[in-house]
Write a protein that binds this ligand. Sequence first.
Ligand SMILES: C[S@@+](CC[C@H](N)C(=O)[O-])C[C@H]1O[C@@H](n2cnc3c(N)ncnc32)[C@H](O)[C@@H]1O
Length: 279
Amino acid sequence: MTLRPDTFAFVADLVRRRSAIQLEVGKEYLVESRLMPLARAKGQDVDAYVAALRTAGPAALEVVVEALTTNETSWFRDVQPFHALVQHVLPEVLAGPTGVVTPGLPQRGLRIWSAACSSGQEPYSIAMSLADAAPQADLRIVATDLSKAMVDRAASGRYSQLEVNRGLPAPMLVKYFTRSGVDWEVSPALRQKVTFQQHNLLDAPPAGGPFDVVFLRNVLIYFDLATKRDVLRRVQQVLRPGGFLLLGAAETTIGVDDDWQRVPVGRGSVYRLPHRRAA
Ligand SMILES: C[S@@+](CC[C@H](N)C(=O)[O-])C[C@H]1O[C@@H](n2cnc3c(N)ncnc32)[C@H](O)[C@@H]1O
């Protein structure tokens, strides 16, 4: 079956307005395959299902937007950012904005925002990395995603064997998870370091900042240039002076928002805002 052009146009417009995700012409197959199960559940084809949405309430529209998000993730995804976090970002953050290393940890603790966290593997990977590298730190991670379904899954801290097989090193599994039936559950000690909430990157940043580090990985790729720039400007508002931004491997601030400074670390990069002098 081929989608009617007006069906595709309606869905692409809805998804762009509500999430900023761009569905270019040529992505009809994606819309069709993601909406097919929802349409079938109502005994309709996708065209009829979408036609009925034109008069539907916000909850039905939210389901469609969620269905069009791509939630691909894994533990310690791309590995390099987690090395950069421990080996470069953590010592710099602990040194403070003056760059003078003071012994011990800052009183205020470490505040991290994992934005667009999908089903939670990213914030829990951050928590495991820092629990090992800075066990005394008062660590608080705010993890957010547009998708309510993803946020609920992440907050449950429950993962299947198939999911833990994707990038979770065996020693981490043993140390930070317990068996729960056929699944694995994140330990309460790790879970209490992470709070999850639904949040749209098109809105003002979530509470819990200012943050020392913001992970914003593998989500800017779905946005147009103006939206990428707006999102990066909002991140600036909640990043503590001297704080760091970590992006996905295919993402950069270069040519998007030149306020950021790219700092090469290992085989990747992290980003920071140069310190501003007091006027
Ligand atoms: C590919 S996943 C990335 C997950 C994780 N950051 C990683 O790198 O593995 C992209 C996530 O971005 C979320 N997303 C898409 N548009 C968003 C928006 N406007 N606001 C917040 N999250 C959004 C999706 O729901 C999805 O879970």
